[in-house]
Ligand binder design. Structure first.
Ligand SMILES: Cc1cc2nc3c(=O)[nH]c(=O)nc-3n(C[C@H](O)[C@H](O)[C@H](O)COP(=O)(O)OP(=O)(O)OC[C@H]3O[C@@H](n4cnc5c(N)ncnc54)[C@H](O)[C@@H]3O)c2cc1C
Length: 395
């Protein structure tokens, strides 16, 4: 078994193969030179120097998993069942692709000194002294990473301006009604959020916006999204989607025989939501590998159709989301979005399909189970924040 990518999904695949009884050879190949590590702390404790690193607590040696680190895979030749790496070719019987995602760069800023991304441990280590020096920092993009970085930079005492092309934060993930109240969180923390602001260019020490505004910037942090790291699969014959994601089936198999894909690099069809999902969150990189291992080893097919889950820690708030919603789903609020804690639920034909909970982990835990069970909700009861969510069902 060969796994490409030594992030959460790759490492968990190796662990799951062993947990599920596989005794043969398992090799995990990763491009980064570091011991495999967890990414969420990079925009939180690691960035602030509160934790040295975030290496996974996995004993690869006692698991009998061979790690080949600092080794980039360049190509896949399915006819020969071989991978091409910097260190020569690697044969496989079964292959798992877990190459994750890479951050989207701001055109024209690649390699410009003082412009940073935040995806890897090396990125976080480069950013730590930037925070210590308390520069003026401009963050491009008010998404999850932008918000978490701004939180850390404010905590470190930096002056922070966040520029966002859309008219509200998290525009790609949440509707305006939900994310508009979050804009106030930036101001409360002392960060300036400029929406409808497009970056024209980045110059040494400044970001110039399309309307001519010049923002002083000792450092620029770009957080405008990530795309699947699948460029190396070009010409392999593997089916990719419009965003470069590997098109896996509901058992996380790719279009090539004995090749699976899991984590940030792959999308899968969800019968639960009636569409293909490309999930860039930690829980998906934890759950998917168990399905992959079960399908590689087991005789009964294991279908992957999770209720997606993620969390974010921003501006002193714990934000959690479970499920998946579409624009047509009906929203029901629990609590006042101007207050410190509230939840918004999405209903489709009166079934709970998703919820976002701010500072209400109990709502999240109960909601996640209700979504999994496909329960119908009584929307009036649901809108009473004092009533436990599990007591607001209609069936
Ligand atoms: C800063 C940060 C904070 C985050 N915080 C949260 C959070 O709070 N909550 C949450 O739910 N999610 C969070 N996430 C998302 C979560 O970390 C990812 O969804 C998760 O890491 C995905 O795991 P993965 O293994 O699929 O991909 P990755 O973690 O990207 O790992 C893929 C690995 O494959 C390697 N690789 C790529 N191409 C090749 C190649 N050709 N050859 C060899 N190796 C290769 C890469 O170097 C990388 O190490 C955060 C992400 C980041 C970057």
């Amino acid at each position: 078994m060969v796994v490409v990518g030594a992030g959460m999904a790759g490492v968990q695949t190796a662990v799951a193969l062993r947990e599920q009884g596989f005794r043969g050879r398992v090799t995990v190949i990763g491009a980064e030179p570091h011991q495999p590590y967890d990414r969420p702390p990079l925009s939180k404790a690691v960035l602030l120097g509160k934790a040295e690193g975030s290496a996974f607590d996995v004993d690869f040696e006692s698991l009998g998993v061979e790690l080949r680190l600092g080794c980039e895979v360049h190509g896949l030749r399915p006819d020969a069942r071989e991978l091409d790496t910097e260190a020569g070719s690697v044969p496989y019987d079964v292959l798992v692709l877990a190459t994750g995602a890479e951050p989207i760069t701001l055109p024209g800023t690649e390699g410009v000194p003082g412009v940073h991304l935040l995806r890897t441990l090396d990125d976080a280590e480069r950013l730590r002294p930037v925070l210590t020096r308390q520069h003026d920092i401009v963050v491009v993009g008010a998404g999850w990473i932008g918000a978490e970085f701004a939180t850390a930079a404010r905590e470190a005492g930096c002056a922070v301006t966040v520029v966002e092309a859309a008219d509200h934060p998290l525009a790609g993930a949440l509707p305006t009604e939900v994310s508009a109240p979050m804009a106030a969180w930036y101001a409360d923390s002392g960060a300036e959020l400029r929406t409808r602001a497009r970056v024209e260019r980045v110059e040494p020490g400044a970001v110039v916006l399309a309307d001519g505004t010049r923002l002083a910037a000792g450092a620029v942090v770009v957080g405008i999204g990530a795309r699947p790291a699948t460029g190396w699969l070009a010409g392999s014959g593997i089916a990719l989607g419009a965003h470069g994601e590997i098109l896996a089936d509901d058992r996380l198999r790719t279009s090539l025989a004995d090749v699976y894909a899991v984590g940030d690099c792959a999308s899968f069809p969800s019968a639960r939501y009636g569409e293909r999902l490309l999930v860039h969150h930690w829980d998906n990189a934890l759950q998917g590998p168990r399905t992959v291992a079960a399908n590689i080893l087991g005789e009964t097919p294991a279908v992957y159709d999770p209720v997606p889950y993620f969390w974010s820690e921003q501006f002193g708030r714990f934000v959690q989301y479970a499920g998946h919603h579409a624009a047509a789903d009906r929203m029901v609020w629990r609590g006042d979005p101007a207050g410190p804690s509230w939840t918004v639920c999405w209903l489709r034909e009166e079934r709970l399909v998703a919820l976002l909970a701010v500072g209400r982990p109990r709502d999240l835990a109960q909601g996640r189970r209700l979504i999994e069970a496909g329960r119908h909700m009584d929307s009036e009861a649901l809108s009473e924040p004092a009533r436990p969510l599990k007591d607001a069902t209609a069936d």
